[in-house]
Structures are given as structure tokens and as C-alpha cells.
Design a protein around this ligand. Structure first.
Ligand SMILES: [Zn+2]
Length: 356
């Protein structure tokens, strides 16, 4: 057989093979096809064994032709095999599984808790005013939680804060407690800052955010744990006006430029004078509505730091004065977002959390 004849035959077989492959619809027919066109008796395979009988100068031409056809048939085979495999998969899953018009499944995205959102806003507000965050411990001693804050043992004001005591024996008059307020952070911050220069203590501008714990009956307004934000400023010549200015500015930045703050005389052992502070209702602007009742919203407690507390913190009350305030972070979040039940905060109910 001449080289020209062999090449012609290869061409014809290749064309026939490709045509036939198009009609192959199952695996059995596919295997038969491979035996016919790529098996040991296939034309293309025989073309290689006939090379030896050809004149030397014609061998490369036929060899290249046979290689080309063989590669083309192999790739056609692989393509068809893949297509058959896919269509078999589709059939086994049923048409429904590959309905491309079905909407995709939404991916759930995490988001910040309303408490975190408000806390970050508050940290920003006080950060702008020059306050630094001071973190204090959640397990406290009676000494720091009460005694150093001018609540001596047996003081009736201790009844204002129902306390969790830790079951640690032999601590006498200084049991461990879960802090009932962030105020022990006042003493810790003062002592830490005063220790930098005990004879001439530097001024203090700190806020102490954190979880506090009370042995409370849980209801819409009370939880056994909640976040407080404490503020403390100590220096020479600090007056009650500074306190009013600071909290009024906070109110404006939280609730808008027309927000007003109001101070009502009160009593706390660690401040003198003491005042509760309210913010004018942002809904009704003082007229009275369902949110506020009388036009004002109670926010927290404040006052000038008691001389005993200043001295306990390492600051000479004859030289230094200061103010302190504290309020519930959830209280602010409830007002801002119109949340009417404090229990939502820790229930982890997605219907609630997804609204923020
Ligand atoms: Zn109102």
C-alpha cells in the first residue's frame, strides 16, 4: 500500500468515526466504538505497523498523519465519555435538582449586637472628649466594690444593690463579689494613674465600660446582668459645671443637637453632691409621650467625687476635685431603638438581632 492510500484511508476512517460517535448514547456503544476505532485492529493502529513496509522517505508523513488522527479520535472519545457521564448524573438526580431558575439559598451574615453598636458610639463620643477606656475586673472584693467607695460595712446604701457573693471561705469582712457597678473601676483607675507620680498625681479622664451583676428579679426593666458605662474626671478646679457640660454634650451627640439634660438632686455614697440626670425625650421634646411619660428620660447617676473616695484613690481632696457618672448601656440602646423589654438583649433571638 502506498503512503497516499494509507493517508486517504485514515482520513476516511476518521470522518466516519466522528460521525458515528455522535450517535453513541450509552456506555456500551461507547466501548464498542473505542474497540473499533482505537483497538488493536483499528485502521489507525494498523497504519503504525505498516510503516516498516514503506520507503524510508514516506514513513514520517504517514507516521505524522496517523498520530494526528489517533489524537483527534482520543480527544473526541474523552469528550463524549464526559458528556455521557454528565447526562447520566442529571438523570439520576432528577430534573428538579438542576432547575437553574430556583433562587439561591441566602447566606446568613453576622452583625453587631445593638449593645455593641451603642457602646461603640459612646466610646467614640467620650473618646472625642479626651476620655480613655479603663478596663476593670468583673470579680471584685467587697473593699473595692463598696468600702473604698464610702459604703462602710453595714451601710444601708448597700441594700440599693442586691449583690452576688462568691462562695470563697475565710475572707472575713472582705468577701469576693460580682461587681454590682463599674464604680470600683474609679478606685482602680485613680490608684493606677496616681502611682505614676504619687507626690503629684496626674489628672484622670477615664471611662470604664463593662458588665455588672445584680441579684434581681428579671422583668422587662431588670436583668441580672447588664452593661454600665462609668465616667471619671479628676483634676484641679473641676466643678459641677464640667459634669453638666460633659453629659449635656453626650446627650446632644446621642439624641441630636436640640437634646437637653436635666439634673435632679439625689444621693449616692461616693459622690457629694449627687444628681440623677435625665435627657429630654427625643420623641416628644418634653411634652410627654408613651416613651417617657413626663417628657424626660432617666439615664443614670452622677455627682462630684466624694472627698473620702478621692483620698482612697490617692488624690488629696484639698487640692483635687472631680466628677463621676454612670449609666446603663442597655438603657440608652432601649431608648435609641425603641426596645421595650431588656430581656431581648441576652435571649439570642435572631428575630430581634436581625433588626440591627
Ligand atoms: Zn416623650
Amino acid at each position: 500500500m502506498s503512503a497516499a492510500t494509507i493517508l486517504q484511508e485514515l482520513e476516511a476512517v476518521s470522518k466516519a468515526a466522528v460521525d458515528e460517535l455522535k450517535r453513541v448514547t450509552n456506555e456500551e456503544a461507547l466501548l464498542a466504538w473505542r474497540t473499533t476505532y482505537l483497538g488493536k485492529n483499528a485502521v489507525v493502529v494498523k497504519a503504525f505497523s505498516s510503516l516498516g513496509a514503506l520507503p524510508t522517505d514516506e514513513r514520517p508523513l504517514v507516521g505524522q498523519g496517523a498520530n494526528r488522527v489517533k489524537a483527534a479520535l482520543e480527544s473526541a472519545y474523552n469528550e463524549r465519555a464526559q458528556a455521557l457521564k454528565e447526562s447520566a448524573l442529571i438523570q439520576s438526580l432528577g430534573a428538579q435538582a438542576l432547575d437553574v431558575t430556583l433562587p439561591g439559598r441566602p447566606r446568613n451574615r453576622g452583625r453587631l449586637h445593638p449593645d455593641t453598636l451603642i457602646l461603640r458610639e459612646l466610646l467614640q463620643i467620650f473618646g472625642d472628649m479626651g476620655f480613655q477606656v479603663f478596663q476593670s475586673r468583673e470579680v471584685e472584693t467587697d473593699e473595692y466594690n463598696f468600702q473604698l467607695l464610702n459604703f462602710p460595712l453595714g451601710h444601708p446604701a448597700r441594700d440599693m444593690q442586691d449583690t452576688y457573693f462568691l462562695d470563697v471561705p475565710n475572707r472575713g469582712d472582705n468577701p469576693l463579689v460580682l461587681r454590682t457597678h463599674t464604680s470600683p473601676g474609679q478606685i482602680r483607675a485613680m490608684r493606677e494613674i496616681a502611682s505614676l507620680n504619687p507626690s503629684n498625681p496626674p489628672p484622670v479622664r477615664v471611662i470604664v465600660p463593662g458588665m455588672v451583676f445584680r441579684y434581681e428579679q428579671v422583668d422587662v426593666r431588670h436583668e441580672t446582668q447588664f452593661d454600665q458605662l462609668e465616667g471619671l474626671a479628676i483634676g484641679e478646679g473641676i466643678t459641677f459645671s464640667d459634669l453638666k457640660g460633659t453629659l449635656t454634650d453626650m446627650a446632644r451627640r446621642l439624641f441630636g443637637p436640640s437634646a437637653r439634660a436635666r439634673f435632679r438632686a439625689s444621693y449616692f455614697p461616693f459622690t457629694e453632691p449627687s444628681a440623677e440626670f435625665d435627657i429630654q425625650c427625643f420623641q416628644c421634646h418634653g411634652k410627654g409621650c408613651g416613651v417617657c411619660g413626663g417628657g424626660w428620660l432617666e439615664i443614670g447617676g452622677s455627682g462630684m467625687v466624694h472627698p473620702v473616695v478621692l483620698a482612697n484613690g490617692g488624690y488629696d481632696p484639698a487640692r483635687y476635685t472631680g466628677f463621676a457618672f454612670g449609666f446603663g448601656v442597655q438603657r440608652i440602646a432601649m431608648l435609641r431603638y425603641g426596645i421595650n423589654d431588656i430581656r431581648y438583649f441576652w435571649e439570642n433571638d435572631l428575630r430581634f438581632l436581625e433588626q440591627f
